[in-house]
Write a protein that binds this ligand. Structure first.
Ligand SMILES: [Ca+2]
Ligand SMILES: [Ca+2]
Length: 289
């Protein structure tokens, strides 16, 4: 059994043990909320063990209380503790505010709720790293190869692994006729134009954004480093917004001889680096998006 204390904190006052989300104060530590910390009136949200909660600030505190309102905060609860139920509730709220019920994923619902200044108990099931799978066979620039290939270990490339600090196929000779794919998200810390680089022997491609999830082809890749070749670097650029989870797909393959992939990025304010610590995530439920 668990629930969360809330107050409307329109002044956005800093209160010990409280996190502010827009005009909502969210109690995060045990304290006596009935004692009105911060001089605010606190309300316990609904039970969170059997549904997802959405909390909105209600600004018209002196107006007659709306149906469903509790003082200065208002709550909704999904009918079940699953993503589809949360998504359905979010689309209901979006439609009630005059918008289209067009939220397609729970992640999109969270992003929309955040822009509204609403709190929710739903959290992204994302953990650090990109999920790397190594496959037997050379993909030969066929981006659909990975969907049916067989995961297999090639020396320093485990059949499956998670890379959190750098995205790589090691420079060591790890065999011949294999391919790797990395899936997950890149979440930039700055809003600016990002340049992504792959340096590889042999072919590699990188996609960032919606096409990384579906519709990816060699011609719409952000970085196209295709073909059989010794270690070669290619790059591509894209404008990104800080704090957004962008789907990422990287593909690489080795036919024979040397085998390596190095991934770098840079921006006008970030020197070119391989260090992706804190910037890459994957869905630990699906091992991809
Ligand atoms: Ca090679
Ligand atoms: Ca290697």
């Amino acid at each position: 059994m668990s629930s969360t204390p809330f107050a409307r904190n329109a002044q956005r006052t800093t209160i010990s043990g409280v996190t502010n989300l827009g005009d909502i104060g969210v109690g995060t530590t045990a304290q006596e909320y009935a004692a009105n910390p911060g001089g605010l009136t606190w309300w316990m949200g609904p039970e969170e063990s059997d549904g997802y909660i959405i909390c909105a600030p209600v600004s018209a505190e002196n107006q007659p209380t709306q149906v469903g309102s509790v003082g200065s905060v208002q709550f909704w609860k999904s009918s079940a503790l699953n993503d589809s139920s949360f998504l359905s509730l979010s689309n209901y709220l979006k439609r009630n505010l005059g918008g289209a019920a067009d939220l397609a994923t729970a992640s999109a619902a969270l992003a929309w709720l955040t822009t509204q200044g609403y709190w929710t108990s739903w959290v992204q099931p994302y953990v650090a790293g990109l999920y790397k799978t190594t496959y037997s066979g050379y993909f030969a620039d066929n981006v659909s190869f990975f969907a049916t290939a067989t995961p297999q270990t090639f020396l320093n490339n485990p059949a499956t692994s998670v890379q959190t600090t750098a995205i790589s196929e090691p420079g060591s000779d790890d065999g011949s006729n294999f391919s790797c794919q990395w899936l997950g998200y890149f979440k930039p810390t700055t809003t600016e134009t990002y340049t992504f680089y792959t340096s590889s022997d042999d072919a590699s491609y990188m996609w960032i954004g919606a096409t990384a999830q579906s519709g990816f082809t060699t011609t719409n890749a952000t970085v196209n480093n295709g073909g059989l070749h010794g270690n070669t670097e290619k790059f591509g650029t894209i404008a990104l917004t800080a704090g957004t989870y962008y789907p990422v797909r990287i593909q690489f393959g080795e036919l024979s001889g040397g085998d390596v992939l190095t991934f770098n990025y840079s921006t006008p304010t970030i020197t070119k680096t391989t260090n992706v610590t804190g910037l890459v995530f994957y869905n630990s439920t699906t091992n991809n998006f």
